[in-house]
Design a protein around this ligand. Sequence first.
Ligand code: 8YV
Length: 327
Amino acid sequence: MNKPRILMARAVFPEIIERLQTVAEVEANQEDVLFTKAELVAKLQGKQGVFTTGTDRIDAEVLAACPELRICANMAVGYNNFDIPAMTAAGVVATNAPDVLTETTADLGFALMMATARRMAESEHYLRAGLWNRWSYDMFAGSDIHGATLGILGMGRIGQAIARRGALGFGMKVIYHNRSRLSVELEAECKARYVSKDHLLAQADHLMLVLPYSAASHHAIGAAELAQMKPTATLVNIARGGIVDDAALAVALKNRTIAAAGLDVFEGEPMVHPGLLDVPNVVLTPHIGSATMPTRLAMAGLAADNLLAFFSGQPLLTPLNPDPRTP
Ligand code: 8YV
């Protein structure tokens, strides 16, 4: 029997390619070429599987042009790069990579919140610029993390892991808003209290965004929401670009209607809104939430395991839509 053929849309750990080669013919992309849609479609001809990352879009147009494609395995927990209804309609399986990055991403969210509240980037730039020549009583005085109110918008696995860090490690009062309320047991474990979005915006000293991107969450934080926040509040986005209206945020930061922001994700990344580059009160990182070697290896391993399971006739590990192989 012919081996299935898999395209790696981006470069990945060599051992992942070797693992996939045990069941499939693999076309790697170790030069890490960023394919245009037309190039991706051309590369997918004759392929039954594709290993994607969050930057590779699989939509109805791609699916229509690639009739042999049967599975897309995303090396990311977020899957807004997939058109799931179109994939389901085309009988193409979609998988993501949840759980393995939860704690690592929560660590980064917490680090960004602390760096933002304590003005670490701004003060480091000041020191590097040779401007530090004396101490003063309010030099880079920021806000406290311990004892403050942590507001979490989006209370999935990563939101819960951040809540635990805040409540158990730093004595923070944790409030959250989510599409659906957590069970009483989970709320008790995370020491988190469910509130309305308005209450969350008005009460949080530090607001953390961890909700998935969808049409419904587009600009969930815009000018109106920013205006509801305390002038002393900080905002951290580790979720997805587009959840925050970055232009409105740049204005809020410039006018200091909120104190500061920490951003790991951006609308239209890797482009960054120029207004965000212009203001000092923002800490910017290039989408590194899950970026530790063990976690990235685990994410790639899970995406590969889904492909291996699919082509060996085994149940999928983390499916996002119905498996057309099951009757
Ligand atoms: C990835 C992410 O680095 O998992 C996600 O949803 O945003 C990040 O962890 C990125 O999407 C690579 O696929």
